[in-house]
Ligand binder design. Structure first.
Ligand code: 8YV
Length: 344
């Protein structure tokens, strides 16, 4: 009897022509409409599959994989993977992959767009105009802050942070300061015109601060009331990383009370819910997590996720070598432990 083909689950409608490539190797169960899953529904979908393609909507940890003995690989569509409990997946021998690089430029573009929109009060002005409030042109209408020639602060200097630095330095003649656990090599710093500073100095000196660091227990609310208090009252804060990086209530308070000029947010702690305290403010630009949302980039992300899953499950030209694994060491350690256990 022919061996049953491996099964994979695709959690959301992505691009059919790309997802269809999975059918060459697997039996595919793919969502046909955008779906909000309960943890139980995710567990049920994972129960009988060997692999899955998921998005940031699907939180997967110990409970979701407990009843999924066949599961070997999860391909996340996104560079950030705070939706996945990487330690739990590693222990269970499940390889997780992400989609770096292909979204760097698009996400850096959005970070810059939010910075400019917040600093120059673009969405606020437009709303005001549409509301019919533009009675007469006046000299002092919607005065904002300059972007060119100002000091750009970047918290987290990975690929996207470097993309923002490049835009600021080469395009807008900005002085670029950054803070990151590790310093960039000097030639890269030179190319980006970027200087490493302490977290405290970054907060104090930035005219515009962009947060682009991965979310973890260590970075939870790294921008809290104390951090905001160190910033210039004329400064702009942009968050394109994950909502939990910023204490949103402290931010709303600072924006409402003139302790910070403006903010641009693409990500939220409770997304898709956005705090009423933020919605009520004029001086914050709010976008619905669209950092990587250009058609070309979203297609490239799905292509990479699909290729990763095919490779992780041992098929295709890169069989066994997906190009962007995030927990390969943990999976190898779990396999060693299992082998050692068998020998005993
Ligand atoms: C994605 C993102 O759209 O890559 C990331 O980390 O936040 C976004 O680019 C999202 O992850 C889709 O799952």
């Amino acid at each position: 009897m022919a061996e049953a083909r491996p099964r994979v689950w695709v959690s959301q409608p992505l691009f059919d022509d790309i997802v269809d490539r999975l059918q060459q190797y697997f039996e595919v169960v793919a969502a046909t409409e955008v779906t909000a899953y309960t943890p139980e529904a995710i567990a049920a979908q994972l129960r009988d599959v060997d692999g899955a393609v998921v998005t940031l909507n699907e939180r997967i940890g110990t409970a979701e994989i407990a009843g999924a003995p066949r599961l070997r690989a999860i391909a996340n569509v996104g560079v950030g993977y705070s939706n996945l409990d990487i330690a739990a997946l590693g222990d269970a021998g499940i390889l997780a992959t992400n989609t770096p690089d292909v979204l760097t430029g698009t996400t850096a573009d959005l970070g810059f767009a939010l910075l400019m929109a917040a600093a120059r009060r673009i969405t606020e002005s437009e709303r005001w105009l549409r509301e019919g409030q533009w009675g007469q042109w006046s000299f002092s209408t919607m005065l904002g802050a300059d972007v060119h020639g100002s000091t750009l602060g970047i918290l987290g200097m990975g690929r996207i942070g470097q993309g923002i630095a490049r835009r600021g330095h080469h395009g807008f003649g900005m002085r670029v300061l950054y803070h990151n656990r590790s310093r960039l090599p000097q030639p890269v710093e030179r190319e980006l015109g970027a200087q490493w500073v302490s977290f405290e100095d970054l907060l104090a000196q930035a005219d515009h601060l962009v947060t682009v660091l991965p979310y973890s227990a260590d970075t939870h609310h790294i921008i809290d009331a104390a951090a905001l208090a160190r910033m210039k009252s004329t400064a702009t804060l942009v968050n394109i990383a994950r909502g939990g990086i910023v204490d949103e209530l402290a931010l709303a308070d600072a924006l409402a009370n003139g302790r910070l000029a403006a903010a641009g947010l693409d990500v939220y702690e409770g997304e898709p819910a956005v705090r009423p305290e933020l919605l009520a403010l004029r001086n914050v630009v709010l976008t619905p997590h669209i950092g990587s949302a250009s058609l070309a980039t979203r297609r490239a992300m799905v292509t990479l996720a699909v290729d990763n899953l095919i490779a992780a499950l041992g098929h295709g030209p890169q069989a066994g070598r997906p190009s962007s694994p995030v927990n390969a060491d943990a999976v190898a350690a779990a396999a060693m432990k299992k082998t050692a256990g068998c020998k005993r």
